[in-house]
Ligand binder design. Structure first.
Ligand SMILES: NC(=O)c1ccc[n+]([C@@H]2O[C@H](COP(=O)([O-])OP(=O)(O)OC[C@H]3O[C@@H](n4cnc5c(N)ncnc54)[C@H](O)[C@@H]3O)[C@@H](O)[C@H]2O)c1
Ligand SMILES: [Zn+2]
Length: 328
């Protein structure tokens, strides 16, 4: 595996990188919208998919497998994935499962995918029962995060991606937090991604430490579930979850820097108030609780750059913070 590359124009390194892997065949799996706007970063066969959360399914995965079969790809072939998290998760899972695993290269085109989804090797698809229920750990050979792609990203996608940037800053890079919302997102991508890369290098299969990357996601996922996944961008849900996590952490583990985190989220235009009924949110949290065998896990900051996972956060504290957040 080669270290991820970050920068404007790095997609042009793809052909040489691929060459160095001596593949017997190749297939580019690309987001149709990105291919239309930017063309493909590589010549040769391609398969385009519509990137929507509703297409991150076993049906689309099967379509990708069929495309590999039709092109007679063998075990030494290499797949290239071009797009946001949806296409990367799909193509990566296709790479993980076709012939028990072929190599792949990720070319993330959204802010969220460049700082988060492309790194760490999690691949998979959704199941009607839950998001990301089916999947495998299968890291790409390398990641080429080309900032040029961000130029065509809709503002809401950019803003949502900033939710994960702020999250990474709180977890491992307090200095980055001060820059969030004050500079062009492209200038923040590499440092935000590095926070995740370092943690994942120490805990690739999420045996422990990697769980701190779920900061903001306990409530974030509940909000998405309660709102039917359509009303909030994932990064917006994470931003609300991050605000709540700070408030819980103040009272549970002595966190003192809530104001700095909230200010960064405000500068990025990320939302504050809950957009769903607190009762529905509590029901969604209860659902998660069953999944974890009785106790909710909260990643909470003790200080900027120091986050820990707790499974002893009292329900009354969560309820109180939910009420505060609902009226914020
Ligand atoms: N594997 C992981 O570790 C991991 C981590 C975080 C999120 N994810 C997954 O990532 C997915 C979300 O990813 P996402 O936010 O990138 O969404 P996405 O892939 O759905 O892309 C969002 C939208 O932006 C469009 N788009 C992509 N690149 C563009 C560009 N350069 N210019 C213009 N439009 C562009 C897409 O067509 C789509 O409409 C979720 O399914 C989530 O579960 C995975
Ligand atoms: Zn996330």
């Amino acid at each position: 595996l080669k270290p991820a590359r970050f920068g404007s124009g790095v997609r042009r390194e793809l052909a040489a990188l691929l060459e160095a892997l001596h593949p017997t065949g190749r297939l580019t799996i690309a987001d149709r919208a990105v291919a239309k706007r930017w063309g493909l970063p590589l010549q040769g066969p391609s398969h385009l998919v519509a990137a929507r959360e509703t297409s991150k399914t076993l049906d689309t995965w099967r379509e990708l497998i069929d495309a590999c079969v039709a092109r007679h790809l063998d075990r030494d072939a290499v797949l290239v994935a071009l797009g946001g998290g949806v296409v990367l998760d799909l193509a990566g899972f296709c790479a993980a499962t076709y012939l028990r695993g072929v190599r792949w290269i990720a070319v993330p085109t959204t802010l969220l995918a460049q700082v988060d989804a492309a790194h760490g090797g999690k691949t998979g698809v959704d199941h009607p029962a839950a998001k990301n229920l089916i999947g495998a750990f299968h890291p790409p050979e390398t990641v080429l995060a080309d900032f040029d792609y961000l130029a065509s990203l809709p503002p809401r996608e950019l803003r949502g991606g900033m939710g994960e940037v702020v999250k990474h800053a709180v977890i491992g890079d307090p200095e980055l937090l001060e820059r969030c919302g004050r500079t062009d997102p492209a200038g923040l991508v590499e440092r935000a991604a590095r926070v995740k890369l370092e943690i994942v290098a120490r805990d690739p299969k999420e045996a422990g430490e990697r769980r701190i990357l779920n900061l903001g996601h306990t409530l974030g996922h509940a909000l998405e579930r309660a709102g039917g996944y359509s009303s909030l961008h994932h990064g917006e849900a994470v931003a609300i979850g991050l605000r709540a996590a700070c408030r819980i952490a103040e009272r549970h583990c002595g966190f003192r820097q809530t104001a700095a985190v909230l200010a960064a989220l405000d500068r990025c235009g990320l939302p504050g108030g809950l957009k769903a009924d607190p009762a529905k949110i509590r029901a969604a949290l209860a659902h998660d609780k069953k999944r974890w065998g009785g106790a909710l896990r909260w990643a909470l900051p003790e200080a900027l750059g120091r986050v820990r996972v707790f499974d002893d956060v009292p329900e009354e504290l969560v309820s109180a913070v939910l009420m505060e957040t609902a009226s914020a």
